[in-house]
Design a protein around this ligand. Structure first.
Ligand SMILES: [Fe+2]
Ligand SMILES: [Fe+2]
Length: 150
C-alpha cells in the first residue's frame, strides 16, 4: 500500500529497543518537522487554497503528535534531547532536482514529504508489531493509523 521499494530490516527494532530515549527524541523532532514543512508549504505556495486548508489541518495534527511523543518522553522521566541532523531526509532531498517552475517545485516537495510519511508509517507498524514494551507498541499503533492518512 505504501509503495516503498525496500522494507526496513526487522533487526532495526532491536536497535530501537536498546535506544528508546534517543529514538523518542529523534521521533519528536520528525513530528515537529512535519508540522513545520506543512507551514512552509503554506508560505511558499499561497495561491492554492485547498493546499492551505489541508496544510493547516496537517500542521495541527503533526504538532499533536509532537505533543504525544513529548508527553511520552516526560512520562519516562526524561526531557527532549538536542536536535540531530537527519541524514536520511538530507539525502532524500538531494534526489530531487533544484529549480523548475512552481508546479514542479510543489510536486517535488509533496513527493519528498510523501516518501518520509510512507517510511514513518512503515516503521511505526514495525514498532507496533515487534516492540516488547506493549505500552509503547500501542502508542506506535495509534500513530501508524494516523500517519497512514497522510
Ligand atoms: Fe505525525
Ligand atoms: Fe505525518
Amino acid at each position: 500500500m505504501l509503495g516503498l521499494k525496500l522494507p526496513t530490516d526487522p533487526r532495526w527494532v532491536n536497535i530501537v529497543e536498546k535506544n528508546i530515549d534517543e529514538i523518542l527524541t529523534d521521533h519528536a523532532y520528525c513530528e515537529q518537522k512535519a508540522a513545520s514543512t506543512a507551514i512552509s508549504l503554506i508560505i511558499t505556495f499561497p495561491e492554492y487554497p485547498e493546499l492551505i486548508q489541508e496544510m493547516i489541518a496537517l500542521s495541527r495534527e503533526e504538532m499533536g503528535h509532537f505533543k504525544m511523543v513529548h508527553d511520552k518522553i516526560l512520562a519516562r522521566g526524561k526531557t527532549l534531547g538536542r536536535y540531530r541532523k537527519d541524514e536520511y531526509a538530507i539525502q532524500l532531498l538531494k534526489f530531487f532536482p533544484k529549480g523548475g517552475n512552481r508546479t514542479t517545485q510543489l510536486v517535488h516537495r509533496l513527493l519528498y514529504a510523501a516518501l518520509i510519511e510512507a517510511r514513518s508509517c512503515e516503521r511505526f507498524r514495525l514498532l507496533s508489531e515487534e516492540l516488547k514494551d506493549k505500552e509503547l507498541a500501542d502508542f506506535y499503533q495509534k500513530l501508524m493509523v494516523s500517519e497512514a492518512g497522510h
